[in-house]
Design a protein around this ligand. Structure first.
Ligand code: FAD
Length: 451
């Protein structure tokens, strides 16, 4: 399996080509663009309900951030309940808390129903404060959680060899192998009659009276509805201005003393560090992540691996570093994901983005929300996660056109050119790795030969 970066993640050995050689000239009920956890989960849910679906994927299943994630399954989030109570009110914060539980239930239900072997394990999570400032932060997080009825229990010990001031234990969390999981979903989707077309990039859409025409690298494809499960929608959209791209770093280590922490762990540093373990070829590996920064805003991306490794070596007895990789996520301007009708579309085109570091959950939840919106027009999460909840100001479309030509920055760790504004990425030769851009970089020849 390929990924949108030069480094190999721990998940990538689960190689499988999934294209089903579909007839692309037929009218599909729903085209789902993007073969990450969001696209695959949504496609399966719709196919289960009798819709004839196809997944169109620019590269291969798992190519995007789902192939570079760390796959913790949490029902508490990067945007805390305290922040949501402050900005959206208590009732909305309670609904937000429900969304995490709903998503983990969907994952567990898929695994049970379809007998998917994907190393799913229930775990407790520990949030720990390392200094006075983090202690205050933790207090605020725990107070918000109590208000929405989410269990966080103060504890005196944590299963991590990291000195801490204060910590809470959060039961009922989990982790899994993300690619084994979506591979399982893909197989069921195909068994139910779903189609998958890999190496097919979607460039634009046009909503007509009864259907949508998608312009793709394999020609025009027609569907009654379209879902952009591309992590960020292609082209130019309001959502590119309400989401900021970030890079996050992950490494997998063996430990000399075999003292692998069984549970999930998170400090409250800025940027924070997170931990889990994964069994690989009969051996445990400690996966640590963190050292995030805004895409295209680091002079030396390799340095973030050094910082992460130093942090881990300070606290754990590291034997060998087996994997190191980085990947991209999107920060929504008001902290909540955008799941629903694509802003600017006429109602047949949907989107799911702005997941922060909780995309296993919100990608999965999107499958239920988009399924419900397409089938019934209703969802209990429709308003809370409405992608159009932030209104564009007058003159916005001119501003968008102006801002869409931006200089890219070199990412030495993943050997890519990264756009600091909207997160498009290109390989060393300017070939597109990830959107919202839909075309390769133009070659510029500064010294043209005369004559
Ligand atoms: C290092 C890191 C660690 C993380 N850890 C966690 C975690 O522990 N728990 C958690 O919940 N979340 C985590 N996240 C977030 C989570 O991994 C992502 O939010 C999630 O994987 C996004 O899934 P997706 O399916 O929406 O997007 P992706 O997995 O990026 O899939 C999008 C797909 O769309 C395809 N595509 C894009 N444009 C087009 C186009 N124009 N035409 C056709 N196809 C296209 C891409 O090739 C890609 O395969 C982490 C993120 C990072 C960066």
């Amino acid at each position: 399996m390929y990924r949108d970066g030069a480094r190999k993640s721990i998940w990538q050995d689960e190689i499988k080509k999934f294209s089903t050689e579909p007839d692309l000239s037929r009218l599909f009920d729903v085209v789902i663009v993007g073969g990450g956890i969001t696209g695959v989960s949504t496609a399966l849910k719709l196919q289960e309900s009798g819709k004839q679906c196809i997944i169109l994927e620019a590269a291969n299943i798992g190519y995007g951030t789902t192939g570079g994630t760390t796959a913790h399954l949490n029902d508490f989030f990067d945007t805390t309940f305290t922040q949501v109570i402050r900005d959206f009110g208590l009732e909305n914060a309670k609904l937000y808390a429900e969304s995490g539980k709903d998503a983990i239930d969907i994952i567990e239900n898929n695994i049970d129903t379809y007998k998917i072997i994907c190393d799913f394990t229930r775990k407790a999570a520990y949030l720990f404060a390392l200094d006075d400032q983090q202690e205050e932060q933790l207090k605020s997080i725990a107070e918000g959680a109590a208000k929405v009825g989410h269990e966080m229990i103060y504890v005196n010990d944590i299963p991590f060899p990291i000195p801490f001031k204060e910590a809470v234990r959060i039961p009922g969390q989990g982790h899994f192998h993300p690619i084994k999981y979506i591979k399982g979903l893909c197989k069921i989707f195909i068994n139910l009659g779903g189609e998958i077309q890999e190496n097919c990039r979607c460039e634009d859409y046009d909503e007509q009276e009864g259907y949508v025409i998608l312009k793709t690298s394999k020609g025009e494809i027609k569907a009654k509805n379209v879902v952009y499960a591309t992590h960020i929608p292609p082209g130019i959209n309001l959502l590119h201005f309400t989401n900021a791209p970030y890079r996050s770093y992950a490494m997998a280590f063996t430990l000399k003393d075999d003292q692998y922490p069984w549970e999930l762990g998170y400090d409250l540093c800025d940027p924070y560090h997170y931990f889990r373990i994964q069994e690989y070829d009969g051996e445990n590996l400690l996966i640590a992540g963190g050292e995030d920064h805004k895409t295209g805003h680091s002079d030396d991306t390799g340095e973030h691996f050094s910082k992460l490794e130093n942090y881990v070596r300070k606290h754990f007895k590291v034997e060998t570093v087996y994997y190191s990789w980085s990947s991209q996520y999107y920060e929504p301007v008001d902290g909540l994901p955008y799941i629903g009708k694509l802003p600017g579309s006429k109602g047949k085109t949907f989107v799911a983005t702005g997941f922060r570091g909780n995309g296993m959950i919100f990608g999965t939840l999107s499958s239920q929300i988009l399924h419900d919106l397409i089938l019934t027009g209703k969802s209990k999460y429709k308003d809370l996660f409405n992608p159009s909840r932030i209104k564009p100001i007058a003159g916005f479309s001119d501003f968008v056109k102006e801002a869409s030509g931006v200089e890219v920055r070199w990412n030495s760790a993943e050997l890519s050119w990264d756009c600091p504004c909207h997160g498009s990425r290109f390989n060393v030769n300017g070939k597109i790795l990830g959107g919202p851009a839909t075309k390769d970089l133009q070659k510029v020849f500064p010294y043209q030969k005369k004559g």
